[in-house]
Design a protein around this ligand. Structure first.
Ligand code: NYM
Ligand code: MG
Length: 262
């Protein structure tokens, strides 16, 4: 394209008057500039978004940080959406909400499968967004699913993982850690099911068993701003690193087939 531009420019100087050449050159520049912007957009739209999951103990500031990241990455010109599991807005999510709020009893295996179903029902939207270049910041994912259910008597980690096998695999899991003393200073637990110290300790030890190469442990005992800066850098780097990589499947080999864009 550049060569063509130089060639046309030369011809204009050879064959046209100066004023005429300038008008035509200005028109061509304008046209080429917009083509370059379109090409840039097209290249960007071929890149996929990153799937970044936040996990962590209660009071670690996950939700605050996820909200800040969505806001500030978008303000910098990014394309970022926030998801949260459980997603309490769906029919399944409402059943989970009633269970967590202790309004309903649900058998332990069943509720585990409902938490998983609540993730699977989001998968088509997640893939569509990732494939069109939107980065997803996710507040809790399958790791919470396993860590919480496996903290109940009689549940093995391996059984708990089964229903989530094959979900889109996170490109990065940012696990926010906080000592129990600092967590205690940040205020007590809420009134939902599972929000008791002993249960949370079991959950934390289960998280330890789920770490893999996609995990990064982040010390959350710092100011909201300092933590945000650290996480924003990691997110930007992840977005850059994975833009041309396939989306993989969680806890199994293989890639998720990329749907062609309509
Ligand atoms: N939780 C969350 C589970 O037990 N299983 C899951 O699969 C997920 C995603 O729900 N105590 C638990 C962890 C929390 C509770 O989460 C609700 P939040 O982030 O407080 O809304
Ligand atoms: Mg909560």
């Amino acid at each position: 394209m550049l060569k063509c531009f130089i060639f046309i420019n030369k011809r204009l100087l050879d064959y046209s008057g100066k004023a005429q050449a300038q008008t035509i050159r200005a028109r061509i520049s304008k046209r080429f500039k917009s083509t370059a912007v379109d090409m840039e957009k097209e290249i960007k739209s071929c890149h996929r978004g990153a799937l970044i999951v936040f996990e962590g103990v209660d009071r670690s500031g996950k939700t605050t940080q996820c909200n800040l990241l969505q806001k500030n990455l978008n303000a910098d010109g990014g394309d970022v959406q926030l998801l949260k599991f459980p997603d309490r807005t769906t029919v399944i999510g409402q059943m989970i909400n009633d269970y967590l709020a202790c309004k309903k009893e649900v058998e332990d295996h069943s509720i585990h499968l409902l938490f998983s179903a609540n993730r699977w029902e989001s998968v088509p939207t997640m893939l569509e967004l990732l494939n069109k270049g939107t980065t997803l910041i996710i507040d809790r994912y399958a790791f919470s699913g396993v860590a919480f259910t496996a903290a109940k008597p009689g549940f093995k980690i391996d059984w708990c993982k089964q229903p989530d096998i094959g979900l889109p695999r996170p490109d990065a899991v940012l696990y926010l850690t906080l000592s129990s003393e600092v967590a205690a200073k940040r205020g007590g637990f809420g009134i939902e099911r599972y929000e008791q110290t002993d249960f949370q300790k079991k959950v934390a030890s289960n998280f330890e068993l789920l770490k893999d190469e996609s995990w990064q442990l982040i010390d959350a005992d710092k100011s909201v701003d300092d933590l945000h800066k650290e996480l924003k850098n990691i997110c930007n780097k992840t977005i850059e690193d994975v833009q041309n990589k396939p989306i993989l499947k969680l806890w199994t080999e293989g890639e998720i087939e990329c749907k062609t864009k309509s």
